[in-house]
Write a protein that binds this ligand. Sequence first.
Ligand code: HEM
Ligand code: HEM
Ligand SMILES: [Fe+2]
Length: 485
Amino acid sequence: MATLGVLDSANLNGGQKLAVKYFTVAIALFGAQVLFGLLAGLQYLYPDFLYGVLDFSVNRMLHINAMVVWLLFGFIGAVYWLLEDESGVPVVGLALGNLVFWVLTLAVVAVVGVYLLVQVGPGEMKSIWLINEGREYIEAPRWADIGIVVCVLAFFYNVAATFMKGRFTGIGGVLVLDLVALAGLYTAGMWYTPNISMDQHWWWWVIHLWVEATWEVLVGCLLAYGLIKTMGVRRKIVETWLYIEVALLFGSGILGLGHHYFWIGTPEYWLSIGGFFSALEPIPLVAMVVHAVFDAGHHKLKSTNNPALAWMIAQAFGNFFGAGVWGFMHTLPQINLYTHGTQWTASHGHLAFFGAYATIVIAFVYLAVQKWRGNVWMSGELVGAWRWKWAIFLLHVGMIGMTMALLVAGYEQSQIERAIEGSGWMAYFAAQAHPWFQQGMTWRMISGWIFTAGFLLLAWDLLTIGSRETRPARRLEPQEAMAAA
Ligand code: HEM
Ligand code: HEM
Ligand SMILES: [Fe+2]
């Protein structure tokens, strides 16, 4: 048996060995996201900073593309992490899975290299294929798009075929159906049309339907598995919750798409459809909080992996506040008329992506590190526990600080630029010059540094946590262990 506390891949099953590769790249890209976010934030304060060398447009693009990609790497890793455990059989195409991992990683490196090297120039068919498609969040050129679709299909094959060969749990079934939708929607963002309304119409199919439908369902599955593993919550309860959440998420999230169709030239009926259905979107998020908090309370917060549990609870609340509350605030057309595209949107975007998705990936990385070190102790009185606690604390102080600073700036923009000055050219500058806006940008930066400190501590902790522990993981009580089996 491997020594406790020492990283040894013999502790992992095949799918999990692949998962830790995905997690490693995910955390590295998280670092890249933070770096480019800092540069973009600094350019708000010092507009000349790196001008002509690394422009704001490029930093911003790298910031949010790195985010999408690291979260996707994290999700794929998390699915490989649970795959053999849930299905009861080894991953059917592990060699294929490994190949895909390397192809994807190299493609990401190539795309980032091109973004950095070719920052300006005309947009034409050649640049769509080779350089940049110009669609926010999914700017990758078309060659990479096609490559991504092929890789995701291979991943889907691995997941579906493994479950089919082994057993289909409730979590497994929802996961497989969800992956069909997730992969299919991506192709909606690949078509070129010179009509900007149509282009936006399809682009939102990816952006909105991913984060407010398929990604939410995916994290629902991950959370369900995580709660079973760390606390021995009964599968029947978790899966029942999962079905309810999925029904509510799809029920409100699909037509909620309409909240992006208010002002892009689509028919007027979207005002009512989008307003109504998106207003219902917070309901499943409430269900998810209740679910996680109820389970955690029921088990008196006793878990086999405290950092993972803490990050799962952070997920439940972050999702509820970031997506549910911050999304609801500006989702009615009467309000969105004033807030659309202001820092209000950025405030919501930050808290939602971090709260709903970054958190759950981090939780799974903690689960992975624990097992990688031979299933070492990660419950109370862990040696060096201050690190994970300070990391989660600083990351949240930083994120909430940024969210609030952006909210104040966005509030000021809605008032001055939209409501008072009437949205004209000069109105835009009047809003930018207002002290509330400028102070908001400064406070975002200060909070961004705090977030960065939290990130560095998190990275350090993920590398070291458990290394000085010699105790095996806390065991689930017999009835918990039976439930988790
Ligand atoms: C985890 C789930 C969610 C994530 C990650 C998320 C993220 C985002 C992001 C990044 C944007 C900005 C998009 C852009 O660049 O234009 C956005 C816009 C928006 N979101 Fe969300 N969101 C989520 C859930 C929700 C929910 C549940 C609601 C409503 C209840 C909502 C309402 C809105 C609205 C109305 C906009 C448009 C803002 C504008 O007009 O500028 N979001 N969201
Ligand atoms: C050091 C920390 C960070 C800083 C300084 C930072 C800064 C920025 C800046 C300056 C922008 C461009 C805003 C604009 O176009 O006006 C931006 C956009 C964005 N960032 Fe960050 N960011 C940080 C961390 C994060 C994290 C951790 C996430 C999510 C996990 C995130 C998600 C986003 C999103 C979704 C957008 C696009 C928002 C929109 O379109 O409205 N950022 N960030
Ligand atoms: Fe949306």
